[in-house]
Design a protein around this ligand. Structure first.
Ligand SMILES: [Zn+2]
Length: 83
């Protein structure tokens, strides 16, 4: 039986290993994510304290988002601003 602790460890390992790839999927691999896919991926990183990756996922998604009805709230921190 898989314990909650093992599930948390697996999630933490995923967060650690996928932080770089997740933030570059859209830009480097032209990966199209639906709004709910992008939001759930960002939420996972945010839940584990990686707000930078969460913001990068949503920024990249929002730039290529073709669903215009509800724009995403992208919370950009000072350190992530490029202007
Ligand atoms: Zn979207």
């Amino acid at each position: 039986m898989i314990t909650a602790r093992e599930q948390m460890q697996a999630a933490q390992t995923f967060i650690d290993q996928w932080a770089c790839l997740a933030s570059t999927l859209v830009d480097d691999y032209e990966c199209h994510m639906t709004c709910s896919e992008a939001e759930s991926l960002a939420a996972l990183f945010r839940a584990f304290g990686d707000t930078f990756t969460a913001e990068e996922v949503m920024r990249a998604h929002s730039e290529k988002d073709d669903e215009e009805d509800e724009p995403h709230e992208v919370h950009v921190t000072d350190s992530a601003e490029t202007a």
